[in-house]
Structure formats: C-alpha cells, structure tokens
Design a protein around this ligand. Sequence first.
Ligand code: FES
Length: 112
Amino acid sequence: MSIENLDSEWQRAAGIADLAEGEVIAASAGGQRIALYKVEGEVYATHDICTHEHAHLSEGYLDGCEIECPLHQGRFDIRTGKAMCRPVTQALPVYPVKIVGKDVFVMLGQAQ
Ligand code: FES
C-alpha cells in the first residue's frame, strides 16, 4: 500500500525501526503524545497518559501485552486498553495501527 492510499485520518507516528521488540516508546501523532509498543512483531498504540493520574505510560514497564504505569503500578492491556488492576479502573484509549513501508501510522479518531 502506498501513502497516497491512506485515509487522511491516519497519522504517521514513528519509523518501524524506532521500535524494538518488547519495548515501549513515546511518539507524537497529529500533535498528540501516544505510546507505541512492539510485542511478538505486532505494533500497538495507546494514549500515553495513564487514566489514574498524570504519568507517562511510555516510561512504564512493558510485560508481555501489559503496560505497568511507572507512578502507582496500575496495569493496562495494550491490545484493548482494559484496566487490569487497581488503582486504575478506567480503560486506556487504544488506536488502530497500520504499517506502511517503514512507517507506523495510527488513526487517532478511532480510539476504542
Ligand atoms: S498514575 Fe498510573 S497508576 Fe497512578
């Protein structure tokens, strides 16, 4: 697929080479800070701010498909955004991801 075929709502967030297996990074798409993850070759994107208080999940600890918040150790499933343990109770926005060539695109308007 070429970039020309992408819907205008898709925003470039990073290069695929910026993401190492099993790691989380902070990225920016459409002026919004997000977190990108790579687990078993799949790339996932979520909002970067914890739903509990103001902490950057991109600075947290990635354990399989769960991100642990660095502030109070709340956990989210990065595939669904589901809050997995207290103190987090509110789900995290997750975004569809598309890889085009060497770039990672996310659709911010489609948060789930
Ligand atoms: S700020 Fe994330 S668990 Fe409290």
